[in-house]
Design a protein around this ligand. Structure first.
Ligand code: SAH
Ligand code: SF4
Length: 389
């Protein structure tokens, strides 16, 4: 390492890259697997505790490397257990991470970019413009951080009264599911995303199954194909409109990759996907995309395209000057009923963490003034709250 250069952040290495780096230091490849476990399963923040690594190797690590998850600026816990962190992304920017506990799982909603270039008008991230891509370390660091802070929250102690630590095969990590549904368009930060996904899936790191890791995209067609090749995980596609004219307005990326191409990409993805369906997200905007005619058009779209799918209707969460309103509950339920009657599994996303301003779809970004973080953020409850009470 040249004098003065910052130590390499080990959270940014894919399993393969870490092995290459460790071997480059003159160590055996299995040392990389041990290190990977320390980093991602034991949630180490330093090298002193890494008792199964030789002292000399630990000394090398301390000199050449660091373990840096993003810094927490704010930490909120909702009455319903939802937890939200505002994380420093440098230069006055911040991103948010949200943990949603449920009886049978704990879902972490992770950001991929500070801001977003897609500029969907109903999304507060999109309205804020784009600051920068997050690095792999910043993406996977959100998971590292959440597991560490949540384990502390749970006060889990081992038989010696010490904080319990995950060992391979143990399900001690609080996060069981990851959704790339925070700020940003993950498929427009592909090079950083894939190593982070690889870590989420790797048995010596987070060990999540492909079905428990979901990438949500506004429809970056070529990258959907690449994801199928490189790292097929569950896919959610933000549809929001049943035709190109409306989708051009709501998801401007549609002008580049119109519905016909998007549907074809979804069909191709299914051949590699860990689930036998694509989830279509559909934000319910009053008087914009929520009519009975549009529900029929939506059914025709996916039926003609022959895409096996489920629908997840998202109640719109307003933010200042958005210009949109949430569909009435009975309208959303009527829309859901039409899809259900046509044979599609349809859920209406439950809104969680409202008391900490953690309602669905609006992520804070710009923190030039860090006391002004009042924008709301997305929380993605996984169980239907409606369809029919
Ligand atoms: N960029 C990706 C993932 C992040 S957004 C994507 O668009 O898919 C996660 C989900 O929240 C998307 O379906 C998005 O359309 C939705 N969303 C954005 N703003 C929202 C709002 N104000 N209310 C409800 N959902 C919103
Ligand atoms: Fe970007 Fe997704 Fe928001 Fe659209 S909805 S602006 S793609 S984060």
């Amino acid at each position: 390492m040249p004098a003065g250069s910052p130590p390499v952040n080990l959270l940014g290495f894919s399993p393969q890259a870490l092995e290459g780096w460790v071997v480059g230091l003159g160590e055996k490849p299995f040392r990389a697997r041990q290190l990977l476990k320390w980093l991602h399963q034991q949630r180490a923040t330093g090298f002193n505790d890494m008792s199964n690594l030789a002292k000399a190797f630990r000394a090398q690590l301390s000199e050449k490397a660091s373990i840096r998850a993003p810094e927490v600026i704010q930490d909120h816990i909702s009455a319903d257990g939802t937890r939200k962190w505002l994380l420093d992304a440098g230069a006055g920017n911040a991103v948010e991470t949200v943990f949603i506990p449920e009886d049978d799982r704990g879902t972490l909603c992770i950001s991929s970019q500070a801001g977003c270039t897609v500029a969907c008008p109903f999304c507060s991230t999109g309205r804020q413009g784009f600051a920068r891509n997050l690095s792999t370390a910043e993406i996977v660091g959100q998971l590292h951080l959440a597991n560490r802070l949540l384990a502390r929250q749970a006060h889990r102690l081992d038989s010696q009264g010490q904080p319990a630590r995950a060992t391979p095969g143990q399900a001690l990590a609080p996060v069981s599911n990851v959704v790339m549904m925070g700020m940003g368009e993950p498929l427009l930060n592909y090079e950083a995303l894939v190593p982070a996904l690889q870590l989420m899936l790797h048995d010596d790191a987070y060990g999540l199954s492909r079905r428990r890791v979901t990438v949500s995209t506004s429809g970056v067609v070529p990258m959907i194909d690449r994801l199928a090749q490189d790292c097929p995980v569950a896919l959610a596609v933000s549809l929001h409109a049943p035709n190109d004219a409306l989708r051009d307005q709501l998801v401007p990326l549609n002008k580049k990759y119109p519905l016909r191409e998007l549907m074809a990409a979804c069909r191709r993805y299914l051949a590699a996907a860990p689930r036998d369906f694509i989830t279509f997200e559909y934000v319910m905007l009053r008087g914009v995309n929520d009519s009975a005619v549009q529900a029929r058009e939506l059914i025709a779209l996916v039926t003609n395209a022959e895409v096996q799918c489920k629908f997840n209707l998202i109640p719109f969460n307003p933010f200042p000057n958005s210009g949109y309103q949430r569909s009435e509950y009975r309208v959303a339920c009527g829309f859901a009923d039409r899809l259900t009657e046509a044979g599609f599994v349809t859920t209406i996303r439950k809104t969680r963490g409202q008391d900490i301003d953690a309602a669905c779809g609006q992520l804070a970004g710009d923190i030039q003034d860090r006391t002004q973080i009042t924008q709301r953020i997305a929380v993605h409850g996984r169980q239907p709250s409606c369809v029919r009470p």
